[in-house]
Design a protein around this ligand. Structure first.
Ligand SMILES: [Fe+2]
Ligand SMILES: [Fe+2]
Length: 153
């Protein structure tokens, strides 16, 4: 039960995240992918809710995390991170799906999301993100350098 609650929460958080991402992009193909993923995550949350009987509300943590990646590194990196996390989600459902076969469909959806988002990432030009990536890298390297100097004294 405890583990299912975590999955239910994750699905709800993912709905919130994909809805925000849908608003954030002007690209129609991304809007459609995010909208479809949000609908699937909503279905997943409902399926798990029937098992836990818990009424949970979405938390903004996941949304904030991916927005930070998108702001700092651009869409290509954000899409790869999303694809990776969906794949990881699919793997994490492996054991619960053995106990609750209804979750196998959920697990396959996560792999489907991962594949779609990976394709979107591949088809995203990194050139427009290079400035962001360079600035973020410079800030991170600068911060690490300052922290190292502080601790050496
Ligand atoms: Fe899901
Ligand atoms: Fe998903």
């Amino acid at each position: 039960m405890g583990k299912l609650k975590i999955f239910q929460q994750g699905e709800l958080d993912a709905v919130l995240m994909y809805r925000r991402l849908t608003e954030l992009t002007d690209r129609e193909d991304l809007k459609e992918a995010f909208k479809n993923a949000a609908a699937d995550e909503g279905k997943h949350a409902s399926i798990i809710k029937t098992m836990t009987g818990l009424k949970l509300t979405a938390r903004p943590t996941m949304k904030a995390g991916i927005l930070l990646v998108q702001k700092c590194l651009g869409w290509k990196c954000a899409l790869y991170v999303l694809s990776f996390s969906e794949k990881l989600g699919g793997h994490l459902y492996k054991k619960p799906a053995q106990i609750h076969p209804v979750l196998e469909e959920v697990r396959q959806d996560e792999y489907k999301h991962s594949g779609i988002l990976k394709e979107k990432a591949k088809n995203t030009d990194i050139k427009s993100d290079l400035k962001k990536i360079l600035i973020t890298t410079a800030v991170v390297v600068g911060a690490v350098f300052c922290i190292c100097r502080l601790f050496r004294k």
